[in-house]
Design a protein. Sequence first.
Length: 218
Amino acid sequence: MEQQAIQSIVNEVVSRLKGISVNPLSIPMAVSARHCHLSESDLEALFGEGYELTKKADLSQPGQFAANETITIVGPRGSLEKVRILGPARNMTQVEVSQTDSVKLGLKPPLRESGGIKGSAPITLVGPKGSLYKKEGLIIAQAHIHMTPEDADHFTVENGEYVKVEVDGERPIILGKVLIRISPRYKLEMHVDTDEANAGFITGKTMGRLIKYEEASL
């Protein structure tokens, strides 16, 4: 018997002895709180010429980090303070909030894939050195799963495909229209916002089960 097959059997036996169920379609989940991505020019407008973000903590996706810096975002009805900036700087500015956040702001951001800001909601950004009004850039992020091409082969999914994810636990929930995003730069992980997390008692230790849509329902 090949060593890889032997190791697989050993891992499964150990998991069962520990009371852990083995599910080949399990997806680790992460809760994405409100945050923003800034372009270099907007970062300088808010924090000063030549300013560079400083790292607070690495994020799960390779090369990305939560910065020490935060800003305030302002809408016609209210504001949200200490909105975390994620680095590094991007080629465009994007602010991601939950539906609950949008009610407090008095705005109606669309549900979009990250990067899809065309025609999205306007937002005012306030930093220690200045403020900016953006005609577009505020969105509610579509629930999505980051995965490598190897992960995609394992789950038999394609980039841009939508799936369902079932979450067991104290408050079971099935999340639909979850977007698959594939890149060799990614690490396997599903991202949900705080509203979705609260609905299903989802934490950073939660695992979801990927369910493909039936062909007839597409």
